[in-house]
Design a protein around this ligand. Structure first.
Ligand code: ADP
Ligand code: MG
Length: 255
């Protein structure tokens, strides 16, 4: 492959300059996810391959129902072509059930259904450990304006409905997830679109199937974390045609 310019390397992905202006290539690594993310983090072999596929699956599903995302097309096992955006420096979290940060902060037991989906913003600065911020902070510090925030909430709730429905169809509860949003310009118009990735690294998933099975005492359990989340999610959604995980990656025809 011809040499290409690396634009950025984060924990989960490497960004390269894309083949045309306004595009980027995202390379999905196997490394751990952001530790403060509301989801399991791990250094699982094959994780990058699965997240590339899963992010493609969710983003193209969103595109198909008219929720704009940066996804253009998958290039190979670990790479996808996306539209370059100007990132809004926020992690937008939507919570359907209490867990993690909100349970700790407000003393709500993990697993409690929330009265309605709650949208939260975390300032994307890892040195500060991604602090929770309010709309006031976002507007005062000019990270986004009120109109942007209205658009972000609308996007986040549409993504929530889509992802919750897809997950429910395969026996999984979407407790919470996060997205990142960016700006693109089309002529004089600016639009906000879903960027970064949508994968198990950005979602908290609970297994409803395991919860339905009675244990030895005949009791049903509360939904717990989905075991082996990358492989299991890919398997249930039928997005992984070959078992590339936990095996030495071999050349395989998955295009
Ligand atoms: P981090 O460790 O900072 O979360 P990642 O490993 O997730 O980084 O790499 C992805 C980086 O690329 C993130 O900083 C994210 O904000 C940025 N990014 C994601 N999608 C796009 C896009 N379409 N255009 C520009 N930047 C993007
Ligand atoms: Mg990231």
């Amino acid at each position: 492959m011809a040499r290409r310019k690396k634009v950025y390397e984060g924990r989960a992905k490497i960004l390269y300059e894309g083949p045309e202006p306004g595009t980027l290539i995202q390379y999905f690594k196997d490394d751990a996810a952001v530790p403060a993310a509301p989801a399991p983090s791990s250094g699982v072999e094959g994780k990058g391959v699965l997240n590339n596929r899963l992010s493609e699956f969710f983003m193209s599903g969103l595109n198909a129902i008219g929720v704009p995302t940066h996804f253009i097309r998958r290039i190979n096992m670990r790479e996808q072509l996306v539209r370059m955006v100007e990132m809004i420096p926020l992690e937008v979290v939507v919570r359907n059930f209490a867990a993690g940060d909100i349970s700790d902060r407000l003393g709500i037991p993990e697993g409690t259904p929330l009265p309605r989906p709650i949208v939260e913003y975390y300032y994307k600065d890892e040195r500060l450990n991604l602090p929770l911020v309010s709309e006031e902070h976002i507007i005062a510090f000019n990270w986004a304006n009120q109109q942007d925030l209205d658009d972000i909430v609308a996007l986040a709730l549409r993504v929530n409905d889509f992802l919750s429905g897809v997950m429910l169809g395969v026996g999984i509860r979407l407790a919470d997830f996060r997205i990142e949003v960016g700006r693109i310009w089309e002529g004089d118009f600016m639009r906000l679109i879903v960027a970064d990735e949508i994968s198990p690294d950005s979602m908290r998933l609970w297994d409803l199937r395991a919860a339905e099975l009675p244990d030895r005492e005949g009791q049903t359990r509360d939904p717990g974390p989905l075991p082996d989340v990358y492989t299991e999610l890919a398997r249930r959604l039928g997005v992984m045609p070959s078992n590339v995980t936990h095996a030495t990656p071999k050349p395989s025809l998955i295009n």
